[in-house]
Design a protein around this ligand. Structure first.
Ligand SMILES: [Zn+2]
Length: 310
């Protein structure tokens, strides 16, 4: 069975009050968290062709590159770090924007989309989950806080692929069940990388499931914002909601029941592993969510940041 190499990319940090993540929470605690991105390298077994995918782009290198409404929101998210950004992190291992074939976004919140305009090469394609383009265009709106600001010109539409609605299939990318996951797209058609529907946080929210070794098989699940805190995964804490200074109801997640289902599924997979065709033992399954500061610390010590690998 085919595998891929996965490499963490350092792409900035933001600081968020704990009470926005979890309940119960320390009312004054704040946490500086990374907004992690990943490089995934795939080699075709027959042709030897190397394909490079970047999953999320994290923060922009300069806050002034965000629209004014987000720049003012980010004034309340300090300390913030914006360097290195995705381009500088790729360069640390000798890659340029021209080496990237696909950029897949877990979702289109500002702290994950980086600066797509850096990737000008015509060969570079963007992939988003179903519903992401309606958010960007403003057709779909969710008034759940100041982080819900989107840019209609974020992506070059002629190079952007929006996945079909989960459950449906088209000629290129068909959703099929994979192990515990009802909706998964076998991206390279060789079982090495699955785009997994992970609904709840934001329309079009997806995870990237990567097979990084065989015998024994191990998957890492790049989980974006499906989870913000390990205690949500285990069920020790619940998803937080809060009221902002204008009296508006706010939440990190657009659909809390769906987010909880996604969390349950991820937790079950991480605890019990996932059943893989042709193997007796369930495969190991590690959940890596974008804002996991503890994972970042360990990964740095263990050399998992590009050019190192997981
Ligand atoms: Zn986020």
């Amino acid at each position: 069975m085919a595998t891929v190499s996965v490499h963490a990319l350092s792409t900035g940090h933001i600081t968020i009050p704990e009470r926005f993540f979890v309940v119960p929470a320390d009312p004054v605690a704040k946490r500086t968290v990374p907004s992690l991105s990943f490089l995934v390298q795939h080699k075709d077994a027959e042709t030897g062709k190397l394909t490079r995918v970047v999953f999320d782009l994290g923060m922009r290198r300069d806050l002034a590159l965000y629209p004014a409404a987000l720049t003012s929101h980010l004034a309340n998210r300090g300390p913030v770090s914006t360097q290195p950004d995705a381009v500088a992190s790729l360069a640390a291992g000798g890659l340029t924007v021209d080496d990237i074939d696909y950029i897949i976004f877990s979702h289109v919140h500002y702290d994950h989309v980086g600066l797509p305009k850096d990737f000008t090469n015509e060969k570079t394609k963007f992939v988003v989950g179903n519903g992401a383009l309606d958010l960007l265009s403003g057709k779909t709106k969710h008034d759940l806080g100041k982080h819900m600001i989107f840019e209609s010109d974020l992506l070059p539409l002629e190079r952007t692929l929006e996945l079909p609605p989960p459950g449906s299939a088209d000629s290129h990318l068909s959703w099929q069940p994979f192990s515990k996951f009802p909706d998964a797209v076998d991206f390279f058609k060789d079982g090495s990388v699955y785009i997994v529907n992970a609904p709840g946080h934001l329309p079009g929210h997806i995870n990237l499931l990567c097979r990084i070794s065989t015998q024994p098989t191990k998957f890492v699940c790049l989980a974006g914002d499906a989870c913000h805190d390990g205690r949500l995964l285990t069920g020790e804490c619940d998803i937080a909601t809060w009221t902002d200074e204008t009296g508006r109801y706010c939440c990190m997640h657009v659909d809390i029941p769906k987010s909880k289902e996604t969390l349950k599924r991820l937790y079950a997979a991480s605890k019990d592993g996932v059943k893989v065709e042709g193997e007796d033992q369930p495969a190991e399954f590690e959940v890596i969510y974008a804002h996991n500061y503890e994972w970042e610390e360990r990964a740095k010590q263990e050399g998992k940041f590009w050019p190192g690998k997981l």
